[in-house]
Design a protein around this ligand. Structure first.
Ligand SMILES: CC(C)=CCC/C(C)=C(\C)COP(=O)(O)OP(=O)(O)O
Length: 405
């Protein structure tokens, strides 16, 4: 028998039971309650815990690459209001990044920029790719591996997905045009989920793929990832990218008809047009596999999608300045709230932060409940998603992409 999916009221109850300390303002814990994700190497409960139970535990595999020493959680994203700095982003309820290994981040970033050059992505602008430091994002968001090649594989997929957005959707300086969006996405998806054409059309299709750097990058990124991912994990990624593309199409439609979505419409959109394709790779990068059945469990899906939406709202908050400088219509939660609720930009930012926090708390509560009964891979996955939130927030707070470079 399967338990019903939790609703917000259940999440609130669990959160209260897990964490209620009257009068104390709680910042987000480093580890998801009930789990411990060791930066490199799983220290999640691997069986019964408590006195006399050690013999009953399974031993976690050390990820390939030997392992680095555990690094204290990074401080700057810890939620200290004083640390919101000049970004104007309010204190957010978000865990700190679990590790910071600048050398590892640099290695991944350098290799990523070299790859972008090879596939022709962001030609003439590679300095900006290098500066954005997506390698650092991967290092911060996946603290349970120190294998640069796994991080690089995930980074390639992320950059290819980001480039799809920049080239086709929302960066006119990269050639995006709303009337071409559907055609572009329609040519990109058969690269993600390879088109199998009758023999006489294969050469023409291959020429089509090679003619566009986004298509070349998507193919190359997924190929690299497939060295680490099981078929079910690749299928999972393809599904999340298809959903992402639906979100891109929706945003293009808003842009071309000058439609400002309602808050509910925007939030449903931001679940699709989100970091979920990145978050979904948590186990691939960590070197283990969550089953398709567990990933698809509605309770897991609900928790993970709420986390992905929250991570994307962090992007909305930190990217406001960049989007403000763009000449096209830009969509982010504060803008949508200000329009619908007729409030000041500052109030809209505060309300956006509250929505972010509500989603993170709901994830925390529901994931903490799921780890009580879930498999070891599920526990590790949910702890990894929590760590992803911390790394994502830390990266946004520091990346020159959003901080005026
Ligand atoms: C890496 C990945 C899956 C990205 C897809 C979704 C995406 C581009 C974002 C979540 C970022 O949103 P936005 O379009 O606002 O991007 P920037 O702020 O321009 O970085």
């Amino acid at each position: 028998m399967t338990a019903p999916t939790a609703g917000h009221d259940v999440a609130r109850l669990v959160a209260t039971l897990l964490t209620h300390h009257p009068g104390v303002h709680r910042s987000a814990p480093k580890d998801l309650p009930g789990t411990v994700l060791d930066p490199v190497g799983a220290r999640l409960p691997t069986g019964p815990t408590g006195l006399g139970t050690a013999a009953a535990r399974v031993t976690a595999r050390k990820p390939a690459g030997g392992g680095i020493s555990a690094v204290p959680a990074v401080g700057s994203a810890s939620g200290d209001p004083a640390e919101s700095g000049t970004s104007g982003v309010p204190e957010l309820y978000c865990p700190p990044a679990l590790r910071d290994d600048p050398a590892l981040g640099r290695e991944v970033n350098d290799r990523l920029a070299a790859w972008a050059g090879e596939v022709g992505l962001y030609a003439g602008r590679l300095d900006r790719v290098q500066a954005a430091d997506f390698g650092r994002l991967m290092m911060l968001a996946h603290p349970d591996t120190d294998d640069p090649d796994r991080l690089l594989a995930a980074a390639k997929c992320a950059l290819a997905e980001w480039a799809t957005d920049d080239y086709y959707c929302d960066d006119e300086t990269m050639g995006s045009r709303p009337e071409l969006l559907g055609s572009h996405l329609g040519l990109a998806y058969p690269v993600v989920d390879p088109a199998h054409l009758p023999a006489r059309y294969v050469a023409a299709w291959e020429r089509e793929v090679s003619a566009d750097p986004v298509r070349v990058a998507l193919r190359s990124g997924l190929e690299h990832l497939s060295r680490y991912a099981e078929p079910s994990q690749m299928a999972r990624l393809r599904h999340e990218v298809a959903v992402l593309f639906v979100g891109y199409g929706q945003e293009g439609s808003w842009r071309s008809r000058g439609h400002m979505p309602g808050v509910h419409e925007y939030l449903a959109h931001r679940q699709m047009n989100s970091f979920l394709p990145c978050v979904a790779l948590t186990d691939v990068v960590g070197g283990y596999a969550l089953t398709a059945t567990e990933y698809a469990d509605p309770r897991v899906r609900r928790a993970v999608t709420m986390a992905a939406t929250a991570a994307t709202l962090v992007n909305d908050l930190y990217s406001m300045a960049k989007e403000h400088d763009s000449s096209g219509v830009e969509f982010n939660l504060p803008t949508v709230i200000a329009e619908e609720e007729r409030c000041s930009p500052r109030e809209a930012i505060e309300r956006s932060a509250e929505i972010h926090d509500e989603l993170v708390r709901a994830f925390e509560a529901e994931a903490a409940a799921l780890v009580l009964t879930g498999s070891l891979p599920l526990r590790r996955f949910l702890a990894g998603v929590w760590a992803w939130l911390g790394g994502n927030r830390e990266w946004h707070a520091g990346s020159p992409r959003y901080n005026g470079a």
